[in-house]
Design a protein around this ligand. Sequence first.
Ligand code: SF4
Length: 328
Amino acid sequence: MNKKGRVFSGARPTGRQHLGNYLGAVQNYVKLQDEYECIYCIVDVHALTTMETTKDLKSNSLEMALDWLAAGVRPEDTIIFIQSHVPEVMELHTMLSMVTPLGKLTDLPTFKEKVREQPNNVNYGLVGYPVLMAADILLYKANFVPVGVDQAPHIEFTREVARSFNFRYGKNVLVEPQMKVTEVPKVLGIDGQQKMGKSLNNHIEIASSPEETQARVMQMVTDPARIKRSDPGNPDVCNVFSMHKIFSSREDVEMVNVECRRAGIGCVDCKKLYAKNLNEHLAPLRERRTKLADDPQAIWDILDHGAQQARTIARQTMQEVRDAIGLP
Ligand code: SF4
């Protein structure tokens, strides 16, 4: 392996990806492949801890894989698979749960938050969620996990679990992963207030048509102090301008920055320009996606092949884990 090490990342099957997912994770997935051996997992079992219904689980997994592949995740270089297709993760989860104090799990802020969010569904899986997450990472002996700074405690937890296991059984079987801190831009939804998310219906899907994209962009909230077309605006407080900075050319960004402040451009035209630039940026991705979506079986085949590759690593790790524990 000439690469710098192994990267693991998992994401819940949330279906079609929106701009927040794209800028926060998917683009990074694509970049990391050049330097690292990457394993990307659609964590369907994790999703069960909070899901009310599983009816869209399969289609959401497929849609997400489609977006990843269309964005440039390369199955010839990267392992991409569905978590439940490698059942060894459940076995490692059980083994790791024996070295994890219960109090540590119930004290975690994420657990407390979930208890508040779904008081009628505080299931056993929810308590063990971080252990399953640790199992995901440790099963594949990942060296790095790309995370935003806010997720640092999860990786620290995983490192502690690995240390506890290795110490308890006196063997250096599990690899303590390092955080690969990634700059995750805070992408606001079209409401301009909250983080972009499907549950808030403030999102723009990367696979939308150009027309749908433009319609969503036209709903974006702008500088609230700019009431009339003749009012000068302040791009520094406007989410449309933040997105221009990501998807528009330097010339367009500079023009909006100047013209908005002297009411030389109206918000309607400014949004149309952003929608045009966004659609141009996403056009190649959408073209690839349309072709890929023509043959869903080929996507399932990619995911099956990925699961086989992942399982080869997983079986080896589990053999070492069982030997270390001394299971008969
Ligand atoms: Fe925002 Fe553009 Fe309107 Fe200025 S002109 S307030 S940057 S949408």
